[in-house]
Every structure is written in structure tokens, then in C-alpha cells.
Write a protein that binds this ligand. Structure first.
Ligand code: KG4
Ligand code: ZN
Length: 344
């Protein structure tokens, strides 16, 4: 079975073809960073317009790279939500339009399910069940994944997402958008021990997160210190250490609570090198295993949507013809694909 995956939920246009026997046949990613950089964040209307410009030529190129025609596909998957509604509508309209024209089944995919399952694109794929840490610009959550579509949220952020905290802190340090990777780069030159920031909610026995206090602590440090390049790097390092330590502690807690020794980490922040190294080391010391997608599949991409869509299309014939897009959509509302209640 071969599925075309289309992702346009935010500021990245992603297209891919996944084949269940041969794996990923082709994928393309276009990032709109240049368009939004001057504004310091994503401008939704500019995002939608650019997806419109890029999407069809990218689909053509991906099919060419995969060496197949549209008719040789078995289905089309697109990100139905959550995300920016105008941006989501672009993939929804194109995917449904292609579906009408070809008669291929079309399925709307939950963006976070795409991220959750993205480590399954790698070799070796994590065996089910596993605990997943989802850390992106919009979400920070720990999820027990019993099977595809069987998710239990163990904890989530009470305020800012981890990626959002990276981006806001980067802004305080005068770094350009998108700040997360820039801050991580700056932290490489930081000296440990110069600043100490709080590890929020570590004293609580649950798996919830909070990052807004940490951001405020950085704000005071920036306000009360003479900033030069070295000091900015020192602050970046201390901030990153606080986020990484907090994430690791809560991951260990979730693994202990569920007695599942496998952890999957996905979403944009899982590209962070410090987080990857420290998590692999700590979880390994505890006798567990940790799985990451390759860095290019940590952030938004079409491959994860093609893959999650394929798993759903195997069971669901995609007979729904509505042009569905949802700005808000809880992961807890998803059902397993073989479950009759899954058609929604
Ligand atoms: O998953 P994603 O591409 O989009 C959302 O669905 O939100 O995640 C983007 C987030 C941004 O906040 C970005 O700053 C952060 O992931 N990010 C990073 C790194 N690479 C991306 N944060 C820290 N370190 C990185 N290397
Ligand atoms: Zn994402």
C-alpha cells in the first residue's frame, strides 16, 4: 500500500510517499522561516498563502522522485488538525480535490499522532507499547501509547510548551525566529554554573510540566545582568539545562508509573542535541530504551503524515468526503483505526 502524505498545519509544507513494503519512497520539506523571520513569529495568513504556492509543485516533484503516478497511489493522507485553520485548509482542499479526481480514499490525520508515530519510520522501530514524550512548539505531553490510536495522556504542560519556552527565551536573548535551534547553538559556548534557573514542578508527583516561570526567571536574569555574547551563551546553557532536566525527570516518572521501559521522543524539540544525548544516557542507565526520529523528521514533515495515514487507511476506507480541518483537536478523542467508533 502506498500513501501520499501532506502536512501544512503551520509554517512547513511537507509532502511524502510511504510504501508499507519499501518504506519511504520520497519526501520534500519546505520551511517558511524566511517569510516569518521579520515578524518574529508565524503570520497565519502569509503561511496559508505560501502553502498554496508550494503544495502542488511539491506533490508533483515527490511523485516524480518516487517514480510513480498519482493513479499508482492507494490513498492520500493530510493533516486535519490541530493547527492554523487557514493553513490546514490548504492541505484539506488539495487532498480532497485529488481524492475526487482520482477516486482514491482520503484520510485526515491528527498532527500529534503523526509526531507520536514518527519514530516508527526508523530502524529499529520501537515495539509497542511505549511511553512518548511529545515536545513541539505548541505541545508538551507524555502519552502512553498502547497501540495505534490507543493513547492515554499521562501529563501535559499547564502553560507554555517546551518549544514555545525555547522560542520566547531566544527572543529575550535577541536571537532570530525560530529561536529553539538558535538558542541550542548559542548554548554550546555557554559556561556551566554561571546561572541557575528553576526546575518547575519537579517536586510534584505527577507528569505535568510548566515552563512559564522558567521563562520569567530568564527575563529577570536578562534585565539584571550586563549582557555580552558570553553572558547570553551562559544564560542559554542554563535555560536549556533546566528544560532538559525537567523533561528527563518527568519521562522517568512516566516510565516508572506505567512500568513500560521504552520511551519515544518526538516533535520539534526532540531535535535538541543536549536532550537526545542526556535522555539516551539517563534512560540507558535505568535499563530502558529511547527512540528518536532522525532530526529532519522531528519537526513537521509529510513522512509522518503519510505513515500515520497508511496505518489508518488499512482499516478505514476513507469514505468521508467532508473537507475537514480542525484548529483544535484533542489527542484523547482519537480511536484505534480498527475500532468502529473511529469513523468521526
Ligand atoms: O513540531 P514542530 O516543528 O512544530 C509544532 O508542531 O509546533 O516544533 C517546532 C518547535 C519550535 O518551538 C522550535 O523552536 C523547536 O521545535 N525546536 C527546537 C530545536 N529544533 C526545533 N528547540 C530546541 N532545540 C532544537 N534543536
Ligand atoms: Zn508539529
Amino acid at each position: 500500500m502506498r500513501v501520499l502524505g501532506i502536512e501544512t498545519s503551520c509554517d512547513e509544507t511537507g509532502v511524502a510517499v510511504f510504501d508499507d513494503r519499501r518504506g519511504l519512497l520520497a519526501h520534500q520539506l519546505y520551511s517558511q522561516f524566511g517569510i516569518h523571520a521579520d515578524f518574529g513569529g508565524v503570520v497565519p495568513e502569509l503561511a496559508s498563502r505560501d502553502h498554496i504556492r508550494k503544495l502542488l509543485p511539491m506533490i508533483r516533484r515527490v511523485l516524480e522522485e518516487a517514480g510513480i503516478s498519482l493513479e499508482e497511489l492507494d490513498g492520500i493522507a493530510y493533516t486535519e488538525g490541530p493547527g492554523l485553520i487557514g493553513a490546514l485548509m490548504v492541505a484539506a482542499a488539495v487532498a480532497r480535490g485529488l481524492g475526487f479526481a482520482t477516486g482514491l480514499p482520503v484520510v485526515g490525520v491528527h498532527h500529534l499522532e503523526g509526531h507520536l508515530l514518527s519514530p516508527m519510520l526508523e530502524e529499529p522501530a520501537p515495539p509497542l507499547p511505549f511511553v512518548a514524550l511529545l515536545v513541539s512548539g505548541g505541545h508538551t505531553m507524555l502519552v502512553e501509547v498502547a497501540d495505534v490510536g490507543r493513547y492515554r495522556v499521562l501529563g501535559e504542560t499547564l502553560d507554555d510548551a517546551a518549544g514555545e519556552a525555547f522560542d520566547k527565551t531566544a527572543k529575550l536573548l535577541g536571537l532570530p525566529y525560530p529561536g529553539g535551534p538558535e538558542l541550542a547553538r548559542l548554548a554550546e559556548n555557554g559556561r556551566p554554573g554561571r546561572f541557575e534557573f528553576p526546575r518547575p514542578l519537579l517536586d510534584r508527583p505527577d507528569c505535568d510540566f510548566s515552563f512559564s516561570g522558567l521563562k520569567t526567571a530568564v527575563m529577570y536574569a536578562v534585565r539584571d545582568t550586563d549582557l555580552d555574547d558570553q553572558v547570553r551563551a551562559d544564560i542559554a546553557l542554563a535555560f536549556q539545562a533546566a528544560v532538559v532536566e525537567t523533561l528527563i525527570a518527568k519521562c522517568l516518572r512516566a516510565m516508572e508509573q506505567t512500568a513500560i521501559p521504552r520511551l519515544v521522543v518526538a516533535g520539534g524539540v526532540s531535535a535538541n542535541r543536549e536532550l537526545r544525548t542526556r535522555l539516551a544516557q539517563t534512560v540507558g542507565e535505568e535499563g530502558g530504551e529511547v527512540y528518536f526520529p532522525r532530526p529532519e523528521f522531528c519537526t513537521d514533515n509529510g513522512a509522518m503524515i503519510a505513515y500515520a495515514g497508511l496505518l489508518r487507511l488499512r482499516h478505514d476506507v476513507g469514505e468521508e468526503h467532508t473537507l475537514a480541518a480542525r484548529a483544535r483537536w484533542s489527542l484523547a478523542d482519537l480511536r484505534a483505526p480498527q475500532d468502529p467508533a473511529a469513523a468521526q
